[in-house]
Design a protein around this ligand. Structure first.
Ligand code: ADP
Ligand code: MG
Length: 136
């Protein structure tokens, strides 16, 4: 079954720093996503810690939060049929070295930490993450 969904996408500092944001946005549009809202921001480390709280017990948590707050990011609400899964597929595996040909992480990712994009992994988290960045 298919239905229109919204998911949260982030273009991470490594990609914004290399001026890849318009190229990545174009990939989303070509693949049928509508960019419902977007903003370029830089977040505090404390906000990154909140956003990535599910990972707080992981050994890479501290570096991950430092990294996400290290420079400008582009956060977007993407809409499409089955957007959550479709975005995960378009991004590719977490580790760019294992990502499938044609995926964003394969094309642009540098390493498992600097992997260029974030995407929500479930309808529940998509709602939480969209509210985190866009709730007024
Ligand atoms: P995804 O972003 O594909 O959903 P995870 O939710 O597992 O991946 O991890 C969140 C982010 O944490 C990843 O995108 C990546 O930037 C970072 N990360 C994941 N695993 C590692 C690792 N083993 N070492 C360093 N950073 C990692
Ligand atoms: Mg994840």
């Amino acid at each position: 079954m298919s239905r229109i969904e919204r998911t949260l996408s982030i273009i991470k500092p490594d990609a914004v720093e290399r001026n890849l944001d318009s190229k990545i946005k174009e990939i989303f549009v070509i693949n049928g996503f509508t960019i419902v809202q977007e903003k370029k921001i830089q977040i505090e480390k404390s906000e990154a810690e909140k956003f990535y709280k599910v990972h707080e017990t992981k050994p890479f948590y501290n570096e991950l939060c430092s990294y996400l707050s290290s420079g400008p990011i582009v956060v977007m609400i993407l809409e499409k049929e089955n957007a959550i899964l479709a975005n995960r597929e378009l991004m590719g595996s977490t580790n760019p070295k294992e990502a499938e040909e044609g995926t964003i992480r394969k094309k642009f990712g540098i390493s498992i930490d600097k992997n260029s994009v974030h995407g929500s992994d479930s309808p529940e988290n998509a709602k939480i993450e969209i509210d985190f960045f866009f709730k007024v």
